[in-house]
Design a protein around this ligand. Structure first.
Ligand SMILES: *Cc1c(COP(=O)(O)O)cnc(C)c1O
Length: 384
């Protein structure tokens, strides 16, 4: 045969793969089938649905979430929007917590409306019965996020799940803060648990991945069909890296949680700080629900400063040396953002005593982080 042909077909015939600790990273769009009959048979026929590394991650996520048929998406936001599109149709009514992740809100406002889905935002502090009073005959889905983005409002997820199910309304919870470990949505009756694995599961601020999962086979089938119809696919390398993060999630999260609480306790005693928004802190808003439902905390929380002009808040942020200024969270490093800029779109924002800051506490030593924050607060006080 011609060299051109030989170069294309020369290959080592794969034998049984050596068994490594992690799954093999198989790269393939085309899956070669054994014979003509198999082309349209039951066997996996195309790589978009995933290969070994993606399947290994799905299995581990089923284990983490206590569900079946975990679906992967190329980002956390894609998981939220993909899961919604999988269960909603034109004419449906959707209820969304006012404290959801801002891009989730924008998807509901700007995108779902074009497809004939009616959206209402609700106060995340509403009890289950008051929330059910907002449902209509065409209500299909209630979206929860707890603790909510930026303000860390705690929702009574088990009560909402029970009340919604009694009315035949589905529930979807964005459980990124709980990282699949600290709170178990499916065990508390939520129909669809969604997570931005980008955050704690990946853990290194270098990768996007999302998942959605259900316990009910019918809902799991809808999620799977949605991924198939919309054409989502994730790379084997990304799935491998995510699984690698999942293996150490419990120890990292434990450290993030303990360090976060230590910093939160210290902040609560500083004169420049008016409130710490951390549900695991005794006396904080939402603490009772957190204590009832959660097995721990992550490293993400909020705080308000004394009333001050934006320049003083910027002076606080700019004086920080260990805390990077940047979005996202869940990596090994500490981060800070000012949140006031994002609060304007809220309909039911809690009343806050001053400018709102969000901190992510990384894996650095707590005394170093505290010293850095003290420097920031000094700069804030000087600029106020
Ligand atoms: C970051 C985040 C998302 C989106 O995740 P990406 O992977 O960045 O798309 C969704 N929900 C919450 C609560 C988040 O914090």
């Amino acid at each position: 045969m011609d060299e051109k042909t030989r170069l294309i077909h020369a290959r080592r015939r794969p034998g049984p793969l050596a068994r490594t600790v992690g799954p093999p990273i198989q790269r393939g769009s085309t899956v070669l089938l054994p014979n003509a009959a198999a082309l349209y048979g039951e066997a996996l026929g195309y790589g978009r649905a995933g290969l070994e590394a993606q399947f290994a991650l799905m299995d581990a996520l089923n284990e983490l979430e206590g569900g079946i048929g975990a679906q992967l998406y190329p980002s956390g936001l894609a998981a939220v929007t993909g899961a919604m599109l999988a269960v909603l149709k034109a004419g449906d009514h959707l209820l969304v917590a006012d404290s959801v992740y801002r891009p989730t809100r924008q998807f509901c406002e700007r995108f779902l409306g074009r497809y004939g889905v009616e959206v209402d935002f609700y106060d995340p502090l509403l009890g289950a019965e008051a929330l059910m009073a907002l449902t209509r005959p065409n209500s299909r889905l209630v979206v929860l996020e707890s603790p909510g983005s930026l303000t860390f409002d705690m929702q009574d997820a088990p009560a909402i799940a029970r009340a919604a199910r009694a009315r035949g309304v589905l529930t979807l919870m964005d459980n990124t803060w709980g990282a699949g470990l600290l709170f178990k949505p499916l065990a508390h009756g939520i129909d669809i648990s969604v997570q931005a694995l980008t955050k704690y599961v990946c853990g290194h601020s270098d990768l996007f991945m999302g998942c959605a999962i259900a316990a009910d086979p019918k809902i799991a089938a809808l999620l799977k069909d949605g991924v198939h119809q919309l054409g989502w696919s994730v790379a084997a390398e990304a799935a491998y890296e995510t699984l690698k993060g999942l293996r150490t999630l419990a120890v990292r999260l434990d450290r993030h949680g303990q360090s976060g609480l230590a910093v939160a306790r210290w902040l609560a005693q500083q004169p420049e700080v008016t409130e710490v928004l951390h549900p695991a802190l005794p006396g904080a808003r939402g603490h009772d629900l957190w204590a009832r439902d959660y097995s721990g905390a992550c490293g993400l929380f909020g705080l308000t400063l004394q009333p001050a002009p934006k320049a003083a808040v910027d002076a606080f942020l700019d004086a920080l040396k260990l805390f990077g200024l940047g979005f996202s969270w869940g990596g090994f490093e500490s981060l800070a953002i000012g949140s006031d800029h994002q609060m304007g779109i809220r309909q039911f924002a809690p009343s806050l005593a001053g400018p709102l800051i969000r901190l992510h506490i990384g894996l650095e030593a707590v005394p170093d982080l505290i010293a850095d924050l003290r420097g920031g607060l000094d700069a804030f006080a000087a600029a106020r």
